[in-house]
Design a protein around this ligand. Sequence first.
Ligand SMILES: C[S@@+](CC[C@H](N)C(=O)[O-])C[C@H]1O[C@@H](n2cnc3c(N)ncnc32)[C@H](O)[C@@H]1O
Length: 387
Amino acid sequence: MLWSVSMRRWWPGKPQGLSSIATSPWAAAPSRLCHGPPPPCSALHPPRYYGCGLVIPECLSSCWILDLGSGSGRDCYLLSQLVGEQGHVTGIDMTEGQVRHRSGAPPHPPSNPPTLFPSSCQVEVAKKHIAYHMDKFGYRKPNVEFVHGYMEKLGDAGLADESYDIVISNCVINLAPDKSAVLREAFRVLKPGGEMYFSDIYASQRLSETVRRHRVLWGECLAGALYWRDLYSIAEEVGFSPPCLVTASPITIGNKELEGIVGDCRFVSATFRLFKVPGGTQAGPGQVIYKGRIMGHERELVFDANFTFKEGEVVDVDAEMAAILQSSRFAEEFLIRAGGANAAALQGCCRKGVKEKIRDPFQLLERLTAPGPACCPGGTCGPPGCC
Ligand SMILES: C[S@@+](CC[C@H](N)C(=O)[O-])C[C@H]1O[C@@H](n2cnc3c(N)ncnc32)[C@H](O)[C@@H]1O
């Protein structure tokens, strides 16, 4: 079963008067990677939702999750049901309000704070629905909390080292002037083997000063978009495994004046997953068999654009994927053995017989939107969007 999301292009922190711009990053998202049952949105309080898609990784039972820039809390509530009563979800947002800081002190703003953002109080809005959702889900005590603070300074908001299994974020990191600080903090609060799973907007090149300072483009979440290649270098600097590209969806601007300002730069909305692989994890290629036990993904687990694991099938994985599976919460969901991988048979997209991983979200988008079959002619199915 497939599901997709489209949404309106407005959010509460957006500078006034910008709602008429016709950018459409989330329309018509090709969601071939979003297999599985739809998330249980029907139980949620009528949401206000401003993200780039849905940031719902698999295998969430009892996990502790942190949502960076949680806004009105929709993703947090959705996840609070999926982690169950033994799990926990923390949403952090910078918007001001009468919110007590965890440690009692007000959080410090980042050294280079964005100047255009919210005066409305997202954290307060999110908190209002805690009782409603706990009642709906039948929980005896809330498993969600919302804290006020900056994602670049999670320590100031009282978030400890190695305290979360997963960090998510939905269309927020583009708003941070210092992306490295955000990833560093996410890495710090993740437990060994933890995952950062997030959607955001990426640019096809580094943005000019004119674009980066443009008020309307900033409000449209475009001016702060990271050049996609820089995500790979920042992730490496911080200590994450190389980002796994999950999916990509198109962004069109639809406004001649803004299109003139951005020139030949293109934008894409993409989801990546980054893992905190502990040092000392065996890093050779291997073979894995998915046990088919993850709820909603019993027949196959579409891990990213390069790896789909069908229940019971032997899959050759490269060293990167072997290390991720061995060290993360997915370890128990696979039989894993070192060695035996045939480099030529590794999953990935095939071009002239050579399989290479798709890392570029623009390239993935092209493949997802290209007419024609998603399977390699005469061979087994590759990842969605392959060939
Ligand atoms: C586009 S909205 C997305 C909200 C939410 N993730 C969703 O999907 O509905 C961006 C949110 O990020 C928050 N935000 C922006 N910069 C932040 C920062 N440096 N630290 C924490 N929150 C931030 C804003 O207050 C706003 O609620």
